[in-house]
Write a protein that binds this ligand. Sequence first.
Ligand SMILES: CC(C)(COP(=O)(O)OP(=O)(O)OC[C@H]1O[C@@H](n2cnc3c(N)ncnc32)[C@H](O)[C@@H]1OP(=O)(O)O)[C@@H](O)C(=O)NCCC(=O)NCCS
Length: 375
Amino acid sequence: MTEQKNTSGLEGITAGETALSTVGKEGLDLTYRGYSIRDLASSSSFEEVLYLLVYGVLPSRPELDRYRNLLISLRDLPPALKTILEQLPPTANPVDILRTGCSALGTMEPEGEDRDAHAIAGRLCACFPSMLLYWHQFHRDGRRIETRAEEHRTVADQFLYLLRGEAPSPLHVRALDAALILHAEHEFNASTFTCRVIVSTLSDFYSGITGGIGALRGPLHGGADEAAMMLLERFSTPDEAEAGIRKMLEKKEKAMGFGHRVYKKGDPRAPILKALAKQLAQEAGDRSLFPVAERIENLLLSEKGLYPNVDFYSAVVYHFLDIPTFFFTPLFVIARTSGWAAHILEQRANNRLIRPLATYIGPAPRPFPKIDERG
Ligand SMILES: CC(C)(COP(=O)(O)OP(=O)(O)OC[C@H]1O[C@@H](n2cnc3c(N)ncnc32)[C@H](O)[C@@H]1OP(=O)(O)O)[C@@H](O)C(=O)NCCC(=O)NCCS
């Protein structure tokens, strides 16, 4: 008898080709278009990475200056979108604000001859922080904020400025910028694959991104950083954390922010984020959260062989940047829009409808009972 491979969750299945990143490829670490994430996180900006992913090359200095200016000019929201954001409930999940905002913008600025996918990629990355914080500030204290904030030249700087209403420190801007870079692209993860499936039907760019946001929202994917923060907040000392995590493991509960479908020997993004988290913790004089995080990391490694993934230490980084937990996943959306955009372009460049098969396990053919004959 031939052994049937378990294809549940498409685990281990190669579902296509990509020139964008090298997730889990032995000896290659994680690269975006061949560049190591370590170099990109330490020496580039999110705008450079967006340009690299979408246009395929790193920008020169004049190209980057022009691109930054373009993105700043794309931060404003159409009045009709502001009206929609004002009408959406203050209690909504902020990820749903971006999902709805993306879909709505697609009706106002549709993809077409005068607006191609490259342009929409920049538009969405530039105006997602505006959408989120316009909605947030309007519902918090009735303020209709100006979103362009020209003097805050990067997405990270603009986001922190719109959130806090005051200029963030260079360390905070750099930390958020690095976190955005590390969340930008990750091969055929669930949300990116969703985007590719959607545009493989020749659907439009906004539909692809809107679907990607929906897939990212779940706690097994992008929502894990918020769940990781909630886990961390349950403990005030490393000893408490150790006891709590042991109990969770006994009950077979999952610790969010740990484990990965592909990286079984560690997520290469986690140590970079951990170093940033440590720096921010020192700056904040923290003696609790970072030691708790480290104890959880050590325990899960020794007890279960589980490593932290991107979400665990990004939660710690965001916490020290004073970013409310409900904005963690929206930040993931903002960053990953760059990778989604690049995958949509790559899918379209060599498109074939994505339509797999399923193994049928339902009932054998049977007679159809008329409605009055049913028990
Ligand atoms: C990411 C994830 C879905 C990958 O899962 P997967 O490849 O399907 O692996 P499985 O869920 O089958 O886990 C394999 C084993 O490790 C355990 N495990 C995996 N992640 C775990 C976690 N975070 N905490 C505790 N145990 C975990 C599972 O319980 C399972 O144990 P078992 O064999 O005793 O049943 C999974 O690790 C997870 O749910 N992590 C938490 C959510 C998260 O952080 N997601 C963000 C990913 S970037």
